[in-house]
Design a protein around this ligand. Structure first.
Ligand code: NDP
Length: 263
């Protein structure tokens, strides 16, 4: 029996155990997926091996710590320095990022996007910004503080804090902050958010399972929006494929993961 887990703080909101266990159970794969509330990101590697995990996912706020913890980082994660999926490969910790492709999958229904505003400058924002730039999409980033904007100034000229932000027209605005996850906060002061929402065609939040204050406001303004559920599905399918080492079919993984959303 293989054991998998998700690490985060908070982690009790995570639907990943339900999603992955649904796949394992329905497809007869001998594995179990649990959650680990980890406060100190520097203990990630030690905890992973102490628990004898075969693989794991990493959520807020440890994705950058996960990158540091890896013996080897592969694919897109290497480019962005952010890891959300860990694999135990013969005692070596291998890191991947499935968030960015999961998000691209989620916004397909919005059609062609040329100009995006990302609110937040954490691990998820890094992954999405780099993925958008790879696809030649114009990226602006808005964060409450300037220290985490440093990474973004190397990839786009349009980096702002609440103090120097000036709204432009966007095709899509994405909230990647954890504002609204366990509180009722907007990701920036109300007047800034109002202005942003009045100048965008589509809105997305990476938070799932609830209507965040940000999405509530978008809804009140009749803007087409979506929460993070499809991103969760997209990144989960890709992570599961890494966990089972391609032994299960993508179509089946997706089917049982999607079914778990109604549990
Ligand atoms: P990080 O901790 O790396 O970054 C959080 C960011 O949010 C930082 O920029 C921080 O700003 C900002 N922030 C936090 N609280 C507030 C607030 N009250 N107001 C304004 N800004 C705030 O987190 P992650 O990038 O790992 O995760 C962010 C969110 O994305 C989480 O809610 C997570 O659950 C969700 N997520 C969802 C996924 C899905 O599949 N749907 C996948 C991945 C993540 P500062 O720099 O000033 O501290």
């Amino acid at each position: 029996m293989k054991l998998f887990a998700i690490f985060g703080d908070p982690v009790s909101h995570s639907r990943s155990p339900l999603m992955h266990n649904s796949v394992f159970k329905n497809l007869g794969y001998k594995a179990c997926y649990t959650r680990v509330h980890l406060k100190d990101g520097s203990k990630l590697k030690e905890t992973f091996f102490n628990l004898k995990l075969s693989g794991a996912n990493v959520t807020v706020p440890h994705k950058e710590a996960a990158f540091e913890a890896c013996d080897e980082v592969r694919g897109f994660a290497k480019k962005v320095g952010v890891v959300n999926t860990l694999i135990n490969e013969n005692g070596r910790l291998i890191g991947y990022n499935t968030d960015a492709d999961g998000f691209i999958y989620a916004i397909k229904e919005f059609g062609k996007i040329n100009n995006v505003l990302i609110i937040g400058a954490g691990g998820t924002a890094k992954a999405l910004a780099s993925r958008f730039i790879q696809d030649d999409i114009k990226v602006s980033v808005l964060n409450r503080g300037s220290s985490r904007l440093k990474y973004f100034t190397n990839i786009t000229k349009r980096c702002y804090t609440w103090e120097d932000f000036q709204t432009k027209k966007y095709d899509l605005v994405v909230n990647t902050t954890s504002a609204g996850l366990t509180d009722d906060e907007l990701p920036a002061p109300k007047e800034i958010i109002d202005d942003i929402l009045n100048n965008t065609s589509f809105v997305a939040d990476v938070i799932y399972g609830k209507l965040t204050p940000f999405l509530k406001l978008a809804d009140e303004k009749n803007i087409t929006y979506k929460d993070g559920a499809d991103m969760l599905l997209g990144q989960g399918v890709l992570a599961n494929k890494l966990f089972v080492n391609k032994e299960l079919k993508t179509k089946q993984i997706k089917h049982f993961m999607r079914n778990s959303f109604s549990l």
